[in-house]
Ligand binder design. Structure first.
Ligand SMILES: [Zn+2]
Length: 86
């Protein structure tokens, strides 16, 4: 059973690292180390602190040139249709 006890924190740390990185977290390594060392404490903490992907995405509207957050269907500034624009 030792391999199981060891592989769970490793997998959790690897997932947290890649997830924190994709969310734009400034310290994915610290989260991974924390989860690996203190899984019981840091994993729930990560879910609480985790930056939401939607709210952190800031994009530039190609029509009006203003920044908007999230993934709205229409630009909140000029009202142009934005879906499908990357
Ligand atoms: Zn716009």
């Amino acid at each position: 059973m030792e391999w199981l006890a060891l592989s769970i924190p490793i997998l959790a740390a690897a997932w947290v690292y890649s997830d924190a990185k994709s969310c734009g977290s400034s310290s994915p390594k610290l989260w991974a180390i924390g989860v690996f060392g203190l899984l019981i404490i840091f994993l729930p903490l990560y879910f609480i602190m985790r930056p939401s992907k939607k709210s952190r995405v800031v994009k530039l509207c190609p029509y009006c040139g203003k920044y908007y957050k999230g993934i709205p269907t229409f630009c909140p500034n000029c009202g142009k249709h934005l879906q499908g624009i990357k």
